[in-house]
Design a protein around this ligand. Structure first.
Ligand code: MLT
Length: 269
């Protein structure tokens, strides 16, 4: 797995890259994770005969992209566009999970000319409710007082399908390691960025690129009915429900997710 770096927008962003194909695919991770969550998709798409070049960045502050600078969801989209432009990976199909999906929607609005397709995984277009915003503040207080592990402990039960920790302990451990390694400052900045992100529901009807919506059948954070409503607002969007998965469907059921991704990418060729 090639881990590379590229300086853009005043930061050195780290990213994983796989495959040498002519068609670009970028994978945007969720919170509080990094590009490691896409391991199975990097392998499946990077080595696929269809010929893809797959780039999975560590967003600002996450993974190896160390930074203590605050950011917004839109500025993360600016970073992604600048990175892909600098490494010659535009136009691209963007695949975003949860927070990565929020970034993908911001990118779709601002950089539609450099977008070939959109895959929205376990994510939603609505902004935070008042209650949600209060929850973000509580979590900011928690990470300030007790650090990243406390946040990971609080989030973990909602991330995976029921019984996943017993049935697939390696996955649960990989997820826990990924979450606990996220720097506390980044967790704080990301919570503020998600709290303050705009509601993008009214923009869904303006999306003109082929779109696939993917959701775990027992996603407790962005549930299937939310995904279904989102897909209905995007012209021609397809919806795929992943069996036996919660919020982290690409890690939990990689074969089903990879099959859906490959079929979508082949269709929009
Ligand atoms: C994520 O998985 O990225 C987060 O759960 C998204 C959120 O908290 O809104």
């Amino acid at each position: 797995m090639a881990i590379k770096t590229q300086s853009v927008n005043g930061i050195t962003l780290s990213y994983q890259e796989r495959g040498r194909g002519a068609r670009n695919v970028a994978l945007l991770h969720g919170f509080p994770l990094d590009s490691r969550m896409w391991e199975q998709q990097l392998a499946a798409l990077g080595d696929a005969p269809g010929g893809y070049r797959v780039v999975a960045p560590d967003l600002r502050g996450f993974g190896q992209s160390r930074s203590e600078t605050p950011f917004t969801i839109e500025s993360l989209a600016d970073d992604v566009h600048a990175l892909l432009s600098a490494v010659g990976a535009l136009p691209t199909v963007l695949v975003g999970l949860s927070m990565g999906g929020y970034v993908a929607l911001a990118y779709a609005k601002k950089y539609s000319a450099d977008l070939r397709g959109l895959v929205l995984v376990d994510t939603k277009a609505e902004g935070d409710t008042t209650e949600g915003k209060t929850g973000r503040q509580k979590m900011i207080d928690l990470v300030r007082k007790e650090g990243s592990k406390a946040v990971a402990d609080q989030m973990r039960p909602k991330m995976l399908a029921k019984d996943a920790a017993e049935q697939r302990p390696q996955q649960a451990q990989a997820l826990r390691r990924n979450m606990e390694s996220c720097p506390p400052k980044t967790i704080e900045h990301a919570l503020a960025a998600m709290r303050d992100r705009p509601d993008r529901s009214s923009e869904l009807s303006s999306i003109k690129v082929p779109t696939l919506v993917v959701v775990g059948e027992s996603d407790a954070i962005t549930p299937p009915d939310v995904a279904q409503a989102m897909s209905k607002k995007i012209a021609g969007a397809e919806l795929v429900t992943i069996r036996g998965a919660g919020h982290m469907s690409p890690m939990e059921q990689p074969e089903q997710v990879n099959r859906a991704l490959r079929a979508f990418l082949e269709r929009i060729r």
